[in-house]
Ligand binder design. Structure first.
Ligand code: NAD
Length: 666
């Protein structure tokens, strides 16, 4: 029996491993749509075979053709490793470079069966958020990481490890690009084709960049969103007690909603069509109760409202059934949203009403045209039911899942009177943008590479103490954010948020991120804790250009540009990131967004101290600068404050124009 380290260093085995069978309990990706012509199918097989010695081609060609027929993709299931996939302690990985070993830990976390949505298809979240496209890419990448030094950089093209290239100690160890295509070839069917050919992939945000930390990452953001949404609807400063939040999705990110609802203190009703996923979330304790009978749901919600219970209820069924039933039963919904995967509407992201889950899966593969018709019918009805509720007073917001975009494309009644905007705001327009991103607050995170829970506890305490200190001198404009985040970090352990690696998320601004990282690095140098990986969600101040989401509160006409995200990843790469990534697609769909991120290993050295200060400062202030140039008030305030703190920062500021001057010009 080969050791774990030997299996990693061998890469793609020279002899064929046994064919794998996977437990029926594993959540599998739906069959992907048939997109390739006969010639293209041959090309896909030829492409897949280039990872293997020609002596295996006879066997593998047939096997891969079968996979292509059965799944619409070639995953190379036979090469799924025999060891368990999960984030081990960094010491357990083979290799010469501590940075590279930390990346292996992060990759395995993204593929862990406890964390990933469709682990054997290498999908971490969001239905199609891939770490790799096939197991050969995984094996080869891990082998490269195990042999590289700090004088090399591994280059990854959409999951494919192109190879190791000479670089230097301060260069990133890995540079990841995912789904980068020529803009005119960025329609969703282009993605289906390139992905089936094995030449491109959808990295989502933190899936293809190895920075996913399970639903915790999103629980924090969702909690902040719900708390601030609650503040928006409060009539007399009251909290969310007894108020109903209706939404859908218990998947990778959406699964965080009920947990966040409990932390924010409301009654969450979250519909989910997939029984397996519902069970996983219930077993994990992320939803309190599961109900599959709609009448029972009505009774339960009425009693929860009466008793002002804090409870999360999973409804096993279609969310449109709930909007409809609550409308006829006159159950008042205070907050409404949706987190089905509408960035991926035709391939399992959104399930039509009136068809069973199994039938829908069959239809999307065998009759994609009819499936599309059914999805669009449901979307129109979904939108009209939401309208009924908002007419009664519900505050509805788009949760960045392209609900309004797809509903509008389906002909749903979601446009504002001007015919350009949507009638409902996105959560970034109303909440995240003006309250968080414009001030530099975003989803900073870290992973304790030792794998020790006590290290995480120590880092929580360090981060909490730093924020409390910073809050004493922070301006009133950011006091509420600071207070929410201090409360979060203090309660983080009690809320049992860790799934997978020993990770923590904490919204913080540039100053907060730098001070916290600096203190971690000092604690590592003293031997108090092991190495720490820093990172963030791409869904942040600077990382993502996405006109209907992260940059939806940019109103100077530049929201369809992607300079910010590209500048960000370039800037991070030469300021000391351990790895960087830039993706087409993520959240709202292929062709709809450009987003990037980084990972940085803190090892307690002076070099790490220098890198963290240089890179984190840029990584936040780039986005604040762009938001300030777009005349966003909070960002103008924040960038002036940043310039006052750092004299080497000099940012072009906008001159504001008196509206009356523009009135009679045309
Ligand atoms: N949580 C956040 O902060 C956040 C932020 C931005 C965007 N999003 C977006 O939210 C979406 C969801 O992300 P995810 O990772 O959870 O995806 P996911 O695919 O893992 O989960 C979506 C779930 O919705 C379920 N579903 C689909 N149609 C349904 C219907 N009609 N009724 C009930 N359930 C239905 C699916 O079965 C699936 O489990 C994505 O588009 C993502 O980009 C989330």
């Amino acid at each position: 029996m080969m050791t774990f380290k030997d299996q990693i260093t061998q890469g793609i085995p020279s002899e064929l491993p046994a064919i794998k069978s996977f437990a029926a309990t594993i959540n599998r990706a739906p069959k992907r749509k048939e997109i390739l012509s006969k010639d293209e199918k041959e090309l896909a097989i030829r492409n897949a075979l280039r990872y293997f010695d020609a002596k295996h081609h006879g066997v593998l060609a047939k096997e891969f053709a079968e996979e292509l027929k059965e799944y619409g993709r070639i995953y190379m299931h036979r090469f799924h490793p025999d060891y368990d996939l999960f984030a081990r302690s960094v010491d357990e990985y083979p290799g010469k470079s501590l940075q590279a070993r930390a990346i292996m830990l992060m990759i395995q976390n993204n593929l862990s069966h406890a964390v990933a949505q469709h682990p054997v298809e290498l999908i971490t979240y969001g239905g199609n958020g891939a770490v790799f496209s096939n197991w050969a890419q995984y094996l080869l990448t891990m082998q490269y990481l195990s042999e590289m030094t700090d004088e090399q950089t591994l280059v990854m093209y959409s999951g494919h490890p192109m190879g190791l290239y000479p670089s230097h100690k301060d260069a990133p160890r890995v540079v990841v690009t995912n789904g980068m295509v020529i803009p005119n070839y960025s329609k969703s069917d282009d993605y289906e084709k390139f992905n089936a050919l094995g030449v491109s992939q959808y990295g989502q945000m933190t899936a293809g960049s190895f920075m996913y930390i399970g639903p915790q990452g999103i629980v924090h953001g969702t909690t902040i969103t719900l708390l601030n949404a609650g503040r928006k609807i409060a009539k007399n400063g009251e909290g969310l007690a007894g108020k109903v939040f209706l939404t859908a999705g218990l998947g990778g990110m959406s699964g965080a909603q009920p947990k966040a609802g409990n932390i924010a203190g409301c009654i969450t009703v979250c519909a989910e069509v997939n029984a397996k996923i519902t069970k996983i979330r219930h077993d994990q304790g992320w939803i309190d109760e599961v109900i599959s009978d709609i009448d029972e749901l009505v009774t339960r919600v009425k009693s929860a409202k009466e008793a002002k219970e804090v409870v999360s209820i999973g409804y096993l069924g279609n969310v449109v059934d709930v909007w409809e039933k609550f409308d006829t039963e006159n159950i008042y919904v205070d907050l409404g949203s949706d987190q089905t995967s509408l960035h991926n509407p035709w391939a399992g992201g959104y399930y039509p009403q009136g068809i069973s889950f199994e039938e829908a899966n069959e239809m999307m593969a065998n009759d994609p045209e009819l499936f599309k018709v059914k999805v669009q019918e449901t979307l129109r009805k979904h939108a009209s039911l939401v309208n009924n509720h908002t007419a009664k007073g519900t505050y509805f917001f788009d949760y960045g899942n392209a609900f309004l975009l797809e509903a509008s494309r389906a002909g749903g009644d979601v446009m504002a009177a001007n015919g350009i905007d949507f009638r409902y705001p996105s959560y970034v327009q109303d909440i995240m943008g003006p309250m968080c991103f414009d001030y530099g607050f975003g989803p900073f995170r870290w992973v304790c590479a030792s794998g020790k829970p006590e290290d995480l506890e120590k880092t929580d305490a360090i981060a909490g103490a730093i924020l409390e200190k910073l809050m004493q001198s922070s301006p009133k404009e950011i006091q509420q954010q600071m207070a929410d985040n201090i409360q979060w970090i203090k309660g983080a352990r009690a809320n049992k948020l860790v799934v997978g690696s020993q990770a923590r998320i904490l919204y913080a601004d540039a100053e907060g991120r730098m001070r916290i990282a600096e203190a971690f690095n000092q604690a590592i140098a003293k031997g108090d804790i092991g190495p720490v990986v820093l990172g963030r969600d791409h869904h942040d101040v600077s990382g993502t250009d996405s006109p209907y989401r992260e940059t939806s509160n940019i109103y100077d006409g530049s929201k369809f540009t992607a300079d910010m995200a590209i500048q960000n990843v370039i800037g991070d790469s030469f300021r000391g990131a351990t790895w960087v990534s830039i993706h087409n697609g993520g959240g709202v769909g292929w062709g709809e967004v450009i987003n990037g991120g980084f990972g940085m290993l803190l090892d307690g050295t002076d070099q790490a101290d220098k890198r963290l200060k240089s890179m984190l400062h840029w990584d936040v202030n780039n986005g604040i600068s762009r938001r300030s140039w777009a005349r966003n008030e909070g960002a103008m305030f924040a960038i002036k404050r940043a310039m006052a703190i750092e004299p080497k920062l000099k940012v072009t500021l906008p001159n504001l124009v008196d509206d009356s001057l523009l009135e009679d010009l045309f």
